[in-house]
Design a protein. Sequence first.
Length: 133
Amino acid sequence: MAIARITYLGNLRTSCEHLASGTKILTDAPVDNHGKGEAFSPTDLVATSLASCMMTIMGIYCAEHGISFESCEASIEKHMASGPRRIERIVVHMDLSGNQWDDHTRKKVIMAGRACPVAKTLEGNVELEFNYI
């Protein structure tokens, strides 16, 4: 079953529509690869999906274990390689400091997030680095 419809708009830009909701995301080639960099690039979305997936799985873990999950923000670094052009390394900086967790709970929530489907898909293919506040 299809989950998305992607349409090439020209000038290295696509429109990606989530079929179930109708939500749309535009992509644009990055400046370092002939684009304008006016929207997420496809590789930006891969890197961004890692943090989004981690947060989602952390939220599920917390809900299932009766843990309050009130605060989480992340920033992502994406490092590209050439020959072939690919994502070489993703660095996730995640701030969980707004939660009142003890050290044991914090470690369990982080472990749950690091086992998310996107991380498991990238593992072994892309160097992943995680930094937590």
